[in-house]
Design a protein around this ligand. Structure first.
Ligand SMILES: N[C@@H](CCC(=O)N[C@@H](CS)C(=O)NCC(=O)O)C(=O)O
Length: 340
Protein backbone atom coordinates (compact mmCIF):
# COMPACT_ATOMS: atom_id res chain seq x y z
CA UNK A 1 0.00 0.00 0.00
CA UNK A 2 2.70 2.41 1.14
CA UNK A 3 4.99 1.34 -1.70
CA UNK A 4 2.24 1.84 -4.27
CA UNK A 5 1.26 5.30 -3.06
CA UNK A 6 4.81 6.67 -2.81
CA UNK A 7 5.16 7.46 -6.54
CA UNK A 8 1.75 9.16 -6.44
CA UNK A 9 2.92 11.26 -3.51
CA UNK A 10 6.10 12.19 -5.32
CA UNK A 11 4.22 13.18 -8.47
CA UNK A 12 1.86 15.24 -6.32
CA UNK A 13 4.80 17.01 -4.66
CA UNK A 14 6.42 17.71 -8.03
CA UNK A 15 3.21 19.21 -9.42
CA UNK A 16 2.92 21.41 -6.34
CA UNK A 17 6.51 22.57 -6.72
CA UNK A 18 5.92 23.40 -10.38
CA UNK A 19 2.91 25.53 -9.55
CA UNK A 20 4.67 27.63 -6.94
CA UNK A 21 5.10 31.34 -7.67
CA UNK A 22 8.37 32.33 -9.29
CA UNK A 23 11.08 33.69 -7.08
CA UNK A 24 11.44 37.36 -8.04
CA UNK A 25 14.76 38.12 -9.73
CA UNK A 26 17.01 41.03 -8.86
CA UNK A 27 16.10 43.06 -11.95
CA UNK A 28 12.38 42.71 -11.20
CA UNK A 29 13.03 43.86 -7.62
CA UNK A 30 15.09 46.82 -8.85
CA UNK A 31 12.48 47.87 -11.42
CA UNK A 32 9.69 47.63 -8.84
CA UNK A 33 11.50 49.60 -6.17
CA UNK A 34 12.49 52.25 -8.73
CA UNK A 35 8.92 52.35 -10.02
CA UNK A 36 10.23 52.70 -13.55
CA UNK A 37 11.54 50.50 -16.33
CA UNK A 38 14.70 51.77 -18.01
CA UNK A 39 14.61 50.77 -21.66
CA UNK A 40 17.39 51.25 -24.22
CA UNK A 41 16.03 52.32 -27.60
CA UNK A 42 17.25 53.69 -30.92
CA UNK A 43 18.19 57.36 -31.10
CA UNK A 44 15.96 57.78 -34.13
CA UNK A 45 14.45 54.98 -36.19
CA UNK A 46 11.01 56.03 -37.45
CA UNK A 47 8.43 53.32 -36.75
CA UNK A 48 10.69 51.58 -34.22
CA UNK A 49 11.70 54.27 -31.76
CA UNK A 50 11.65 58.00 -32.24
CA UNK A 51 10.82 60.93 -29.99
CA UNK A 52 8.69 63.85 -31.20
CA UNK A 53 9.36 67.51 -30.40
CA UNK A 54 7.53 67.05 -27.08
CA UNK A 55 9.82 64.17 -26.17
CA UNK A 56 7.06 61.57 -26.62
CA UNK A 57 8.44 58.26 -27.83
CA UNK A 58 6.65 56.05 -30.35
CA UNK A 59 7.47 52.90 -32.29
CA UNK A 60 7.31 49.12 -32.27
CA UNK A 61 10.33 48.85 -29.97
CA UNK A 62 8.96 51.62 -27.75
CA UNK A 63 5.62 49.79 -27.46
CA UNK A 64 7.50 46.72 -26.36
CA UNK A 65 9.14 48.65 -23.49
CA UNK A 66 5.68 49.91 -22.51
CA UNK A 67 4.29 46.37 -22.59
CA UNK A 68 6.95 45.21 -20.12
CA UNK A 69 6.11 48.17 -17.86
CA UNK A 70 2.39 47.32 -18.08
CA UNK A 71 3.12 43.71 -17.10
CA UNK A 72 5.56 44.52 -14.30
CA UNK A 73 4.55 47.95 -12.95
CA UNK A 74 0.85 47.92 -13.92
CA UNK A 75 1.46 51.10 -15.88
CA UNK A 76 2.71 51.32 -19.46
CA UNK A 77 3.76 54.94 -18.97
CA UNK A 78 6.37 54.13 -16.33
CA UNK A 79 9.28 53.86 -18.75
CA UNK A 80 12.43 55.90 -19.04
CA UNK A 81 13.74 55.72 -22.60
CA UNK A 82 17.49 55.83 -23.06
CA UNK A 83 18.55 56.49 -26.67
CA UNK A 84 21.60 54.44 -27.63
CA UNK A 85 23.58 54.27 -30.84
CA UNK A 86 24.79 51.02 -32.36
CA UNK A 87 28.12 51.02 -30.54
CA UNK A 88 26.77 51.85 -27.10
CA UNK A 89 23.78 49.53 -26.87
CA UNK A 90 25.18 46.20 -25.62
CA UNK A 91 27.79 47.78 -23.31
CA UNK A 92 25.02 49.86 -21.74
CA UNK A 93 22.94 46.76 -21.08
CA UNK A 94 25.93 44.84 -19.74
CA UNK A 95 26.85 47.73 -17.43
CA UNK A 96 23.38 47.71 -15.87
CA UNK A 97 22.38 51.15 -17.16
CA UNK A 98 19.22 49.76 -18.74
CA UNK A 99 16.88 46.86 -17.84
CA UNK A 100 15.96 45.92 -21.41
CA UNK A 101 17.46 46.71 -24.80
CA UNK A 102 14.62 47.14 -27.29
CA UNK A 103 16.38 48.59 -30.28
CA UNK A 104 16.37 47.04 -33.76
CA UNK A 105 19.16 44.69 -32.75
CA UNK A 106 19.93 41.55 -34.70
CA UNK A 107 20.15 38.28 -32.80
CA UNK A 108 23.48 36.65 -33.74
CA UNK A 109 25.55 33.91 -32.14
CA UNK A 110 28.40 36.28 -31.24
CA UNK A 111 26.11 38.75 -29.49
CA UNK A 112 24.13 36.04 -27.71
CA UNK A 113 27.19 34.14 -26.56
CA UNK A 114 29.88 36.70 -25.83
CA UNK A 115 28.53 40.11 -24.87
CA UNK A 116 27.00 39.32 -21.48
CA UNK A 117 23.52 39.68 -22.95
CA UNK A 118 20.85 37.25 -24.06
CA UNK A 119 18.17 37.71 -26.70
CA UNK A 120 14.63 37.02 -25.54
CA UNK A 121 13.00 36.49 -28.94
CA UNK A 122 12.19 38.21 -32.22
CA UNK A 123 9.80 41.13 -32.63
CA UNK A 124 10.63 41.93 -36.27
CA UNK A 125 12.04 39.73 -39.03
CA UNK A 126 14.17 41.98 -41.18
CA UNK A 127 16.91 41.74 -43.80
CA UNK A 128 19.62 44.06 -45.08
CA UNK A 129 19.16 46.06 -48.24
CA UNK A 130 20.41 49.05 -50.22
CA UNK A 131 19.13 52.53 -51.02
CA UNK A 132 20.59 54.50 -53.93
CA UNK A 133 19.86 57.87 -55.57
CA UNK A 134 17.47 57.35 -58.47
CA UNK A 135 19.65 59.44 -60.78
CA UNK A 136 22.44 56.84 -60.63
CA UNK A 137 20.12 54.40 -62.44
CA UNK A 138 21.38 51.41 -60.46
CA UNK A 139 18.60 48.82 -60.75
CA UNK A 140 20.39 45.85 -59.26
CA UNK A 141 22.70 45.31 -56.31
CA UNK A 142 25.03 43.42 -58.63
CA UNK A 143 25.75 46.71 -60.44
CA UNK A 144 27.34 48.36 -57.41
CA UNK A 145 30.95 47.40 -58.18
CA UNK A 146 33.27 50.21 -57.10
CA UNK A 147 30.56 52.10 -55.18
CA UNK A 148 31.08 54.27 -52.11
CA UNK A 149 28.87 52.82 -49.37
CA UNK A 150 27.64 54.60 -46.21
CA UNK A 151 27.36 52.20 -43.29
CA UNK A 152 27.16 52.43 -39.50
CA UNK A 153 29.86 51.08 -37.18
CA UNK A 154 29.01 48.39 -34.64
CA UNK A 155 26.29 46.88 -36.82
CA UNK A 156 25.73 43.62 -38.61
CA UNK A 157 25.22 45.83 -41.71
CA UNK A 158 28.94 46.62 -41.76
CA UNK A 159 29.88 42.93 -41.74
CA UNK A 160 27.21 41.75 -44.19
CA UNK A 161 28.10 44.31 -46.84
CA UNK A 162 31.71 43.14 -46.75
CA UNK A 163 30.55 39.53 -47.20
CA UNK A 164 28.17 40.45 -50.01
CA UNK A 165 30.71 42.35 -52.08
CA UNK A 166 33.36 39.66 -51.51
CA UNK A 167 30.95 36.85 -52.43
CA UNK A 168 30.04 38.65 -55.66
CA UNK A 169 33.62 39.53 -56.59
CA UNK A 170 32.92 43.26 -56.32
CA UNK A 171 34.85 46.09 -54.66
CA UNK A 172 33.49 49.00 -52.61
CA UNK A 173 34.71 51.83 -50.45
CA UNK A 174 32.98 52.12 -47.10
CA UNK A 175 32.35 55.40 -45.31
CA UNK A 176 31.63 54.54 -41.69
CA UNK A 177 29.56 56.65 -39.25
CA UNK A 178 28.64 56.40 -35.56
CA UNK A 179 25.07 57.63 -35.64
CA UNK A 180 22.02 57.39 -37.84
CA UNK A 181 21.87 61.16 -38.15
CA UNK A 182 25.44 61.41 -39.44
CA UNK A 183 24.89 58.62 -41.92
CA UNK A 184 21.64 59.96 -43.40
CA UNK A 185 23.11 63.48 -43.50
CA UNK A 186 26.12 62.18 -45.42
CA UNK A 187 24.08 60.03 -47.79
CA UNK A 188 21.48 62.66 -48.64
CA UNK A 189 24.21 65.21 -49.28
CA UNK A 190 25.81 62.84 -51.78
CA UNK A 191 28.87 61.67 -49.86
CA UNK A 192 28.17 58.08 -50.79
CA UNK A 193 26.32 56.42 -53.61
CA UNK A 194 24.80 53.66 -51.52
CA UNK A 195 23.29 53.49 -48.03
CA UNK A 196 23.02 50.02 -46.55
CA UNK A 197 21.35 48.70 -43.40
CA UNK A 198 18.18 46.82 -42.38
CA UNK A 199 15.32 47.25 -44.87
CA UNK A 200 13.05 48.67 -42.13
CA UNK A 201 15.69 51.24 -41.22
CA UNK A 202 16.18 52.20 -44.86
CA UNK A 203 12.43 52.72 -45.27
CA UNK A 204 12.50 55.00 -42.21
CA UNK A 205 15.59 56.87 -43.39
CA UNK A 206 14.01 57.49 -46.79
CA UNK A 207 11.13 59.34 -45.11
CA UNK A 208 13.74 61.80 -43.76
CA UNK A 209 15.16 62.60 -47.20
CA UNK A 210 14.59 66.16 -48.48
CA UNK A 211 12.92 64.51 -51.49
CA UNK A 212 12.16 60.83 -50.73
CA UNK A 213 11.21 60.18 -54.36
CA UNK A 214 14.78 60.90 -55.43
CA UNK A 215 15.86 57.61 -53.82
CA UNK A 216 15.11 53.98 -54.59
CA UNK A 217 15.35 50.94 -52.35
CA UNK A 218 16.73 48.00 -54.33
CA UNK A 219 14.79 44.73 -54.04
CA UNK A 220 17.86 42.68 -53.06
CA UNK A 221 17.95 41.42 -49.46
CA UNK A 222 21.41 40.17 -48.50
CA UNK A 223 20.97 38.86 -44.96
CA UNK A 224 18.70 37.64 -42.19
CA UNK A 225 18.19 40.27 -39.49
CA UNK A 226 16.01 38.82 -36.77
CA UNK A 227 15.51 41.84 -34.51
CA UNK A 228 14.53 41.45 -30.89
CA UNK A 229 14.84 42.63 -27.31
CA UNK A 230 17.68 41.47 -25.09
CA UNK A 231 18.44 41.45 -21.37
CA UNK A 232 21.56 41.11 -19.26
CA UNK A 233 22.78 37.59 -18.61
CA UNK A 234 22.40 36.05 -15.17
CA UNK A 235 18.81 36.92 -14.27
CA UNK A 236 16.63 34.09 -15.53
CA UNK A 237 13.48 35.43 -13.87
CA UNK A 238 13.78 38.76 -15.68
CA UNK A 239 14.60 37.00 -18.95
CA UNK A 240 11.35 35.01 -18.62
CA UNK A 241 9.26 38.13 -17.98
CA UNK A 242 10.65 39.94 -21.03
CA UNK A 243 10.41 36.88 -23.28
CA UNK A 244 6.82 36.10 -22.29
CA UNK A 245 5.74 39.73 -22.68
CA UNK A 246 6.82 39.41 -26.31
CA UNK A 247 4.85 36.18 -26.70
CA UNK A 248 1.82 37.59 -24.88
CA UNK A 249 1.49 40.33 -27.49
CA UNK A 250 1.57 37.75 -30.29
CA UNK A 251 -0.74 35.31 -28.50
CA UNK A 252 -3.22 38.15 -27.88
CA UNK A 253 -3.29 38.86 -31.62
CA UNK A 254 -3.75 35.19 -32.42
CA UNK A 255 -6.76 34.95 -30.09
CA UNK A 256 -8.29 38.22 -31.31
CA UNK A 257 -7.73 40.27 -28.15
CA UNK A 258 -7.42 43.98 -28.89
CA UNK A 259 -7.20 47.17 -26.89
CA UNK A 260 -10.83 47.87 -27.83
CA UNK A 261 -12.34 44.47 -26.98
CA UNK A 262 -10.19 43.16 -24.13
CA UNK A 263 -12.69 44.20 -21.43
CA UNK A 264 -15.60 42.42 -23.03
CA UNK A 265 -13.35 39.44 -23.84
CA UNK A 266 -13.04 38.81 -20.10
CA UNK A 267 -16.51 37.25 -20.41
CA UNK A 268 -15.36 34.95 -23.25
CA UNK A 269 -16.12 31.24 -22.91
CA UNK A 270 -12.94 30.31 -24.77
CA UNK A 271 -10.65 28.58 -22.23
CA UNK A 272 -7.50 30.02 -23.87
CA UNK A 273 -8.87 33.56 -23.66
CA UNK A 274 -9.97 32.96 -20.06
CA UNK A 275 -6.47 31.79 -19.21
CA UNK A 276 -4.75 34.65 -21.08
CA UNK A 277 -6.84 37.24 -19.28
CA UNK A 278 -6.37 35.67 -15.86
CA UNK A 279 -10.06 34.78 -15.52
CA UNK A 280 -9.54 31.05 -15.00
CA UNK A 281 -5.85 30.69 -14.15
CA UNK A 282 -3.06 32.84 -12.84
CA UNK A 283 -0.14 32.38 -15.24
CA UNK A 284 1.38 35.62 -13.99
CA UNK A 285 2.36 34.30 -10.59
CA UNK A 286 4.69 31.81 -12.27
CA UNK A 287 6.61 34.81 -13.62
CA UNK A 288 6.53 36.79 -10.37
CA UNK A 289 3.67 38.91 -11.76
CA UNK A 290 -0.10 38.72 -11.21
CA UNK A 291 -3.10 37.24 -13.03
CA UNK A 292 -3.82 40.44 -14.97
CA UNK A 293 -0.43 40.78 -16.67
CA UNK A 294 -1.64 39.93 -20.21
CA UNK A 295 -4.84 41.94 -19.75
CA UNK A 296 -2.79 45.03 -18.90
CA UNK A 297 -0.43 44.59 -21.87
CA UNK A 298 -3.36 44.39 -24.29
CA UNK A 299 -5.44 47.11 -22.61
CA UNK A 300 -2.62 49.62 -22.29
CA UNK A 301 -0.46 48.86 -25.34
CA UNK A 302 -2.36 46.49 -27.66
CA UNK A 303 -1.52 43.20 -29.33
CA UNK A 304 1.46 42.71 -31.67
CA UNK A 305 -0.58 43.36 -34.82
CA UNK A 306 -2.02 46.58 -33.40
CA UNK A 307 1.46 47.80 -32.56
CA UNK A 308 2.67 46.85 -36.05
CA UNK A 309 -0.20 48.65 -37.80
CA UNK A 310 0.12 51.76 -35.63
CA UNK A 311 3.86 52.12 -36.19
CA UNK A 312 4.78 50.44 -39.46
CA UNK A 313 1.64 49.51 -41.39
CA UNK A 314 -0.02 50.97 -44.50
CA UNK A 315 -1.40 54.01 -42.64
CA UNK A 316 2.09 55.09 -41.50
CA UNK A 317 4.82 56.82 -43.55
CA UNK A 318 6.80 53.53 -43.61
CA UNK A 319 3.97 51.49 -45.18
CA UNK A 320 5.67 48.19 -44.46
CA UNK A 321 3.80 44.98 -45.35
CA UNK A 322 3.36 42.40 -42.55
CA UNK A 323 5.21 39.79 -44.69
CA UNK A 324 7.17 37.41 -42.45
CA UNK A 325 6.02 39.43 -39.43
CA UNK A 326 2.52 38.13 -39.83
CA UNK A 327 1.23 35.40 -37.51
CA UNK A 328 2.03 31.80 -38.40
CA UNK A 329 -1.72 31.29 -38.91
CA UNK A 330 -1.57 33.90 -41.70
CA UNK A 331 1.53 32.69 -43.48
CA UNK A 332 4.08 34.55 -41.37
CA UNK A 333 6.76 33.53 -38.89
CA UNK A 334 5.31 34.93 -35.66
CA UNK A 335 4.65 31.87 -33.53
CA UNK A 336 4.28 32.23 -29.78
CA UNK A 337 4.57 29.13 -27.60
CA UNK A 338 1.37 28.54 -25.62
CA UNK A 339 0.71 30.62 -22.53
CA UNK A 340 -0.47 27.85 -20.24
N1 LIG B 1 20.11 45.30 -36.97
C1 LIG B 1 21.46 45.75 -37.17
C2 LIG B 1 21.54 47.23 -37.45
C3 LIG B 1 21.00 48.05 -36.32
C4 LIG B 1 21.47 49.52 -36.31
O1 LIG B 1 22.04 49.94 -35.31
N2 LIG B 1 21.22 50.24 -37.41
C5 LIG B 1 21.62 51.61 -37.53
C6 LIG B 1 21.29 52.01 -38.95
S1 LIG B 1 21.75 53.56 -39.40
C7 LIG B 1 20.88 52.44 -36.51
O2 LIG B 1 19.78 52.09 -36.11
N3 LIG B 1 21.46 53.53 -36.05
C8 LIG B 1 20.85 54.46 -35.13
C9 LIG B 1 21.87 55.04 -34.20
O3 LIG B 1 22.89 54.38 -33.93
O4 LIG B 1 21.68 56.15 -33.71
C10 LIG B 1 22.29 45.41 -35.94
O5 LIG B 1 21.74 44.96 -34.94
O6 LIG B 1 23.51 45.61 -35.98
Amino acid sequence: MLIRSLPTLLIGAATLALALPAHAGKTLDAVKSRGQLVCGVNTSAPGFSAADSQGKWTGLDVDFCRAVAAAVLNDASKVKFVPLNSQQRFASLQAGEIDVLSRNSTWTLTRDASLGVVFTGINYYDGQGFMVPKKLKIDSAKKMNGATVCVQSGTTSEKNVADYFAANGMKYKSVVFDTAEAITGAFFSGRCQVYTTDMSDIAGARTKAPKPDDYVILPTVISKEPLGPSVRRGDDEWFQIVRWTLYAMQEAEEYGLTQANVDEQKASKDPTVQRLLGVSEDTGKLLGLDAQWVYRIVKQVGNYGESFERNLGPKTPLQLPRGPNNLWTKGGLMYAPPIR
